[in-house]
Ligand binder design. Structure first.
Ligand SMILES: [Zn+2]
Length: 311
């Protein structure tokens, strides 16, 4: 029997798991903190893989999900701002040299799309758009049964489409991207701006409200908080209407903490989507649903990547 090792690297923690040849229940798994004063993240990651290495089964391949931008074809992290020293870092070779088995690398949001496609809410759909909405907005697209990568694997940055040319500044530096408006950060920044202008609200500037605070206030009916989430939902719908025309998916899967806002976010999103889409044929047989894999999505995405290639 063969086994696969999946690794999910984030700015806060590194998770790894050993999976059997089939099925999605890990044989062993462990998570550690990404940062430690005594060792680099890449050394910690390799040590974690070594610790979990199965004694009986032969390891077929290792899949790694990491924050982008990264080049999945070259196996190089271009720049992971939350991980010290990971700039033009050849992660695939680094892991491959130590363990001597095939290693594949993917952008975490792209692999989340793959995970949902193979094991989660998107099973059976070969045209799928996935968005994760939390601090930022990440995306992944399955198009005609393939993960969409583009020339160097930089495709499907669905959070970085321009919706307001002179809008709020995005984390990437450009103005008016979807991420700058509808992410948790975008919602919090909007509320802070409105509070500074004197908008009435139970929220105050001290301390600055987070997206979670704003959702709680909105659920109690606070008008500014409600308006902020509805605005995020409206722009999300605008973004999605563009993706419908570009990718013609049969399912849109929404993950990430901001989806906890529920209908307050989804109702204006759906209304805008309906209003903006080019024709009703894009909405026929379209499913819009929440993500199904929870916090296992990174590991299962990395598993989906290697199983797809080496099974
Ligand atoms: Zn951006």
């Amino acid at each position: 029997m063969g086994a696969y090792i999946a690794v999910d690297v984030g700015g806060t923690q590194i998770r790894a798991a050993v999976f059997p040849e089939d099925g999605v229940e890990p044989i062993r798994q462990k998570k550690i903190l990404t940062r430690d004063k005594d060792a680099h993240p890449e050394t910690r990651m390799n040590d974690l893989i070594a610790e979990l290495w199965p004694a009986q089964e032969k390891v077929v391949a290792i899949g790694v999900a990491a924050p982008g931008p990264l080049d999945p074809k070259a196996g190089v992290i271009i720049n992971a701002p939350n991980i010290p020293n990971w700039k033009n870092f050849p992660l695939r070779n680094y892991v491959q040299e130590r363990f001597g088995v095939p290693v594949e690398l993917g952008n975490d949001a792209n692999l989340a799309a793959m995970g949902e496609w193979k094991f989660g809410a998107g099973r059976g759909h070969d045209n799928l758009v996935y968005l994760t909405i939390s601090t930022g907005i990440g995306g992944g697209v399955i198009c005609d049964g393939h993960l969409l990568l583009g020339l160097r694997g930089f495709a499907a940055e669905l959070g970085h489409v321009t919706l307001i040319p002179d809008g709020p500044r995005c984390s990437c530096g450009q103005p008016g991207h979807l991420e700058a408006i509808s992410s948790g950060t975008g919602i919090a920044n909007y509320v802070a701006e409105e509070l500074k202008k004197g908008a009435p609200s139970c929220l105050s500037l001290d301390p600055l409200p987070t997206a979670k605070d704003i959702n709680l206030a909105a659920q109690k009916g606070d008008s500014l908080a409600v308006a902020a989430i509805e605005r995020a939902g409206m722009y999300l719908g605008l973004g999605l209407s563009n993706y419908l025309q570009i990718f013609n998916p049969s399912i849109i899967i929404l993950g990430g903490s901001v989806t906890q806002c529920g209908d307050l976010l989804f109702n204006p999103m759906k209304a805008e989507l309906k209003q903006r889409v080019m024709g009703p044929e894009y909405l026929t047989n379209l499913t819009i649903t929440k993500a199904g894999l929870g916090d296992m999505v990174g590991l299962l995405g990395a598993l989906a990547l290697v199983r797809n290639l080496y099974h």
